[in-house]
Design a protein around this ligand. Sequence first.
Ligand SMILES: Nc1ncnc2c1ncn2[C@@H]1O[C@H](COP(=O)(O)OP(=O)(O)O)[C@@H](O)[C@H]1O
Ligand SMILES: [Mg+2]
Length: 486
Amino acid sequence: MTALGKLIRTTTFKLTLVYLSIFALFAIFLLGYFTWNTQRLINQQITETVDAEISGFAEQFRQGGIRKLVQSVDSHSRRATSSLYLVTTFSGETLGGNVSSLSPGVLDNVGWAETLYRRPDEGESTEGRALVRVVQLPGGFRLLVGRDLEEERRLRAIILEAGRWLIGLVIVLGLAGGIFATRRVLKRVDAMTETTKAIMAGDLSGRLAISGTGDELDRLATHLNTMFDRIELLMRGLKEVSDNIAHDLKTPLTRLQNRCEEALRHTQNEAGYRATLEATIEESEGLIRTFNALLMIARAESGQARDNMVAVDASEIARGVGELYEPLADDKGLELIVEAPAPALVNGNRELISQALANLVDNAIKYARQEPHALNGERAQIKVSANQRGDRIELAVADHGPGIPESDRRRVVERFVRLERSRSEPGSGLGLSLASAVAHLHHGELQLLDNAPGLKATLTLPRAPLALPAESSAPERSPNPVPVTL
Ligand SMILES: Nc1ncnc2c1ncn2[C@@H]1O[C@H](COP(=O)(O)OP(=O)(O)O)[C@@H](O)[C@H]1O
Ligand SMILES: [Mg+2]
């Protein structure tokens, strides 16, 4: 498409044309109305003065007969420049006045008429137009009084000339303005198109330029940029997940395959096969757990779970998780204490919050065991607590284990990240990722703090507004979902 074609097709240009036509029509109408009114005014003025003059002459005629009338007409004729006077006999013979010829038949009809005329002292070529009134006087005499219309014609010409300029100017300025405005808009739209093309081609970091005027294009660009931000984030997340899956699930799958191949090649008896199969099942269970965790994280991150959020009591969740993990903690020689004195309502998803807290408790049990004083008889404590702090609810798990070094705290929240010293423990490195995703889903956050010694992992969630409908009362509620070990 040529540049001009593109310009003409734009909405801005079409709008300019519509406005221009409306303005031009309006200008034409205004001009017509003005001309018509001026003409009407001039004619009215002419008829009034002509009527007054005729009644003056009629008076003269009444007083002094035709002689006085002719005298008066002649004296008027000498003075006046644009006025016409003529007195004739019944047969049309001129008795006085300043007109030598008229359009044929004008004198025959009494009343108003427009006519061409000549004056006796002017050449053949100078013919004028005039508005005249003819009256018949007693005795068959005719009196004609009129005014030249040259002045009116000139005025009309001036108005028309001005009108032509005005309309021309409106069209030229309108078109120029339209083209200017359209080109500006077009330039910005073109720039936007280029950027979106680049984004579509794969450069997700591209953003639309914002002029800063806050106009509709700026608003559109801001919204689109927010959308691009979100798309970029999602794409990055997706890429990360697929990278992680490719990397971290490949190892257990390869291990599985190797083990089966090994068994086929070297195992001779049933017991051997059985052992291999058991190990295979265990490995598959681990894989399934990892997949489930990944799915749960994806669900939390996509915000889908926001749909079924209700007011849930974080204290109750803390007690439930505490109860569930107490035997495990006992087995490992740890003391699990739950401190959840008062109800702490959170607007959230019970299942996901329980799972997130369970992950933190699971970590505490797994990693706090390594602390030396847990080994010399004295039981190390793990404290699970639910508290309200202002408009936030804090679900915390504090242990006295080795803790996480400051420099690793950001990293461990990422998917599949496990610290080197934790490799001896089972796990997939997804527990903290899920806890963090659940916190974000609830517009809260997961903090890893130093418990000196040990780790204090805190899930901070916004308190439920009081008006929120509480979860249906306990007896009807489905049993607490049991969190799985990741
Ligand atoms: N309470 C804790 N004390 C010490 N280290 C911890 C604790 N919780 C988590 N970590 C470290 O963070 C890593 C990530 O934890 P997580 O995401 O739950 O994965 P996993 O428990 O499967 O290893 C763990 O491998 C461990 O190195
Ligand atoms: Mg864990």
